[in-house]
Design a binder for this molecule. Structure first.
Ligand code: UT7
Length: 332
């Protein structure tokens, strides 16, 4: 970033995915849907589902540990743990505090961040600020979700879309010119009702009536979110590139939020990217909200699809409405 601020990069990535797989064929037996509809409208073929006893912090902890191992970081070196999630273990205390105790990272501050599917990108920007300004050296950002527990498994409009998982990255200072070159965050609260979980907060506290009315499940106006997503994925990407001083042609790899294959490909087209330059894993995991970008990033790194010096563009959108994008020059 500009001025005397330090460059900050991702020095380790990790992920955690539940073992249990639910295929489109399984869903055909649960709701009035078809493998053909789900595949052609979304690109999703299967998703991972956490066991009843697994909470978001369990997946977050595993992903965080793996990222720290890759980075060669000990728990006591962490200055901040940030968990982006829409499915915290409970309203309070934060899932980040539960992860901190699990890691034994008692020198770290810890808090949760709610920006829905954009949460990981919001977290990346916050972590970058703390390190570039010299306040912290080492920050762990985790995007983690157990969406299967807030999905209405009798609503075909939503239950086919989501999956569970967690992805994490360790941020540290890196060589000048490498790491996070830019970020861009945005929100439009006029869209709050397009994607929400209405009850369980201070507006509609949990009661027998809210449970009976099914108000503790995800509600979504899918077509409206789709239109917004197609527009904002392109716009946010271009703004982040402008802030990084890069042209579209200089992007090596796009790691987008994994909500819908058609949304991802619309963004790729606007950026002039080939399918080979785009990381897609929603066919295997569905939409994991805040976990989707870090899990995709971890896979891209593990598969050797990101090379030192590559310009990597991350972009996502979510409930709120919110959006975010970041440009990284990969490497230490
Ligand atoms: O991370 C952010 C989270 N949300 C999103 O990213 C969602 C963004 N939106 C989308 O991905 C798409 O809008 C959907 C995949 C949710 C829906 O695709 P669509 O092409 O926008 O379909 P639609 O909502 O316009 O619905 C078309 C039809 C409807 O039937 P009628 O009213 O035309 O008779 C739906 O009832 O498809 C029906 N439908 C289904 N049919 C079979 C909706 N869900 C299903 C289903 N199986 N699972």
């Amino acid at each position: 970033m500009a001025g005397s601020r330090r460059s900050v990069g991702i020095v380790g990535v990790g992920s955690a995915l539940p073992e249990k797989v639910i295929t489109n064929g399984d869903l055909e037996k649960m709701v009035d849907t078809s493998n053909q509809w789900i595949t052609t409208r979304t690109g999703i073929k299967e998703r991972r589902i956490a066991s009843p006893e697994t909470a978001t912090s369990d997946l977050a902890l595993t992903a965080g540990r793996r990222a720290m191992e890759r980075a060669g970081i000990e728990p006591e070196e962490l200055d901040l743990i940030l968990v982006a999630t829409t499915t915290p273990d409970m309203a309070f205390p934060s899932t980040a505090c539960i992860v901190q105790a699990g890691l034994g990272a008692y020198n770290a501050a810890a808090f949760d961040l709610e920006a829905a599917c954009s949460g990981f990108l919001y977290g990346l920007a916050i972590g970058e600020q703390f390190i570039s300004s010299g306040v912290y050296e080492t920050v762990l950002i985790i995007g983690a979700e157990v969406l299967s527990k807030i999905v209405n498994w009798s609503d075909r409009n939503t239950c086919v879309l989501f999956g569970d998982g967690a992805g994490a990255c360790v941020l540290r200072p890196v060589t000048a010119g490498k790491g996070i070159l830019s970020h861009y965050l945005g929100a439009d609260g006029r869209g709050v009702k397009l994607l929400q979980l209405p009850a369980g907060g201070s507006r509609l506290p949990a009661s027998a009536a809210t449970v009976e009315q099914g108000l503790h499940y995800i509600e979504m106006q899918g077509a409206e979110v789709f239109k917004f997503a197609v527009r904002i994925m392109g716009e946010a990407s271009l703004e982040a590139l402008r802030r990084a001083g890069l042209a579209r042609e200089e992007v090596d790899l796009l790691v987008p939020h994994q909500a819908n294959h058609r949304i991802i490909m619309a963004a790729a087209k606007r950026l002039g990217l080939t399918p080979e330059q785009v990381i897609v894993n929603l066919d295997r995991y569905g939409n994991m909200s805040a976990a989707s970008i870090p899990v995709a990033l971890e896979e891209a790194v593990s598969e050797g699809r990101i090379r030192d010096g590559d310009n990597v563009l991350l972009v996502g959108f979510g409930a709120g409405l919110t959006w975010g994008a970041a440009v990284l020059k990969w490497g230490l």
